[in-house]
Ligand binder design. Sequence first.
Ligand SMILES: [Fe+2]
Length: 278
Amino acid sequence: MLEIRKIDKGVGAEVIGLDPGKEFDDETRRLLKAAFFENGALVFRDLDIDYDFQDKLCRMLIDDDGPPPAERRDNFFVSNKKEDGAAPYGRLLFHADMMWAEEPLKVLSLYATNVEPGSASTSVASGVSAFERLPDDLRHRVEDLHAVQASGQAYNRGGAELASPKRDQERSRVTPITLPHPRTGQPILYVSQQNTREIVELPGDKGEAVLQELFDELYAPDRVYEHEWRNGDLLVLDNLAVQHGRGEVALDGPTRTLRKVIAPIPKLKYERPVYDRT
Ligand SMILES: [Fe+2]
């Protein structure tokens, strides 16, 4: 029987007792999906899993129990040591992956294949619990507004430590500032430090001041779960309900290699950001 232990940060739950050697039975599926959508993030410790299991788990959470996708992404690592590692250095502001795309990812997972003590934690914050906590006056001021979500980082919101890869093309879209979660219907406060450039109805400093008020709620330290990595950890995120970020990573710092598996595979094909390693 699985044990689900809530993390006391308004986001995340630890799952204890999952046996990757067994097929998912109906009860396991039910428990994992319920915990995932209720908490926005699942944490598993001391798992020994391969790419196929990680992929199967991510897809199961969104009811895809079919065969694996034709595109096998078993060589995608966030790493400061692997030659082709993604985001090999720098700090990443809070974001949801592909928030700027019409169809952002639904599930994002990171599995620690090789991490050394002292490597940067992953920070997780919930747009659902942030919305619930918004003071009434702030909620009324923003709930009918729209935001520009763009690729790249908002460099004005960080310093020289921000990762700054090169992209061939920047992308953006406009979304409402609050969105209903497609699965649970819960409202999500859908702005992020990294991707939200401005409020459409309040351009410039006025809008930035409102965004900072929203970020203060979203990223209040008592509402951010810091995942300190150990080998064999698996972190699975509801990429619509929650955001993630990380502190600075250095090429010559402690090894930090995380296998990243997503679901579903986005239809939009885009150029991977390029990091200068010289
Ligand atoms: Fe990310």
